[in-house]
Design a protein around this ligand. Structure first.
Ligand SMILES: *Cc1c(COP(=O)(O)O)cnc(C)c1O
Length: 210
């Protein structure tokens, strides 16, 4: 199936309250253009320099999301372009984003990445530290925390996936409010389970571009 067929199929499949982020990492400008032409306006990248390069050449009405691990020394590349950062995992990272955002008079929307998978290589804030983390982040004038993000273990075992998503969904229920509204979880292989567990933002790459 073509990129536009995939976009149309996924858009139809999504419940109305679920936002589709098309993960365009490693994809060419022409592939992204094809998705854009079929109405997709939100794209996710996991590399700061790639995000900046693509944002410079692509139409201005695209919303660019940073979904991958972000190093502090790369913040400067994306600050102008980024609409939402999904991968906040330290106060030091927030400090740097806040500093750069202040300089250009922008407020950056962010999600706190929560560690829900057992895999030790996954980034994120520990579940016991979420409340304190969100409270601490209030001191940053140019940051707005609007939700949580999580990645399930990379496995075919639906029981594990569901328990990790439901775990994050429960945390989200306890902290959601007028500002904290987004629950970003689910990728190509597990987004159905994520939506069943109340995700309202999914990040899908290979089901669109492959
Ligand atoms: C690559 C990536 C995705 C998309 O994964 P697919 O399996 O290609 O849908 C989602 N979230 C993050 C953080 C990613 O790095």
């Amino acid at each position: 199936m073509s990129i536009s067929e995939n976009i149309n199929r996924l858009q139809k499949l999504m419940p109305k309250n679920v936002t589709l982020v098309a993960v365009s990492k490693k994809q060419s400008i022409s592939s992204i253009h094809e998705a854009y032409s079929s109405g997709q306006k939100i794209f996710g990248e996991n590399n700061a320099i790639e995000l900046a390069k693509k944002a410079e050449t692509m139409p201005d009405d695209i919303k660019w999301h940073m979904i991958g691990h972000l190093q502090r020394n790369k913040v400067k590349y994306i600050i102008k372009y980024v609409d939402l950062i999904h991968s906040i995992d330290s106060i030091k990272l927030l400090e740097e984003i806040n500093k750069r955002a202040f300089k250009i008079n922008k407020v950056i929307k962010c999600l706190v990445q929560v560690k829900i998978a057992k895999e030790s290589n996954k980034f994120g804030v520990d579940k016991n530290e979420i409340n304190e983390f969100v409270a601490d982040s209030k001191k940053f004038t140019n940051i707005k925390i609007i939700g949580l993000m999580g990645m399930a273990t990379n496995t075919d075992d639906i029981t594990i996936i569901n328990s990790e998503f439901s775990f994050l969904s429960n945390i989200f229920e306890t902290i959601k409010n007028n500002d904290i509204k987004i629950l970003s979880m689910g990728m190509s292989n597990d987004f159905i389970h994520a939506i069943k567990n109340n995700a309202n933002m999914v990040r899908i790459g290979s089901s669109i571009f492959n």
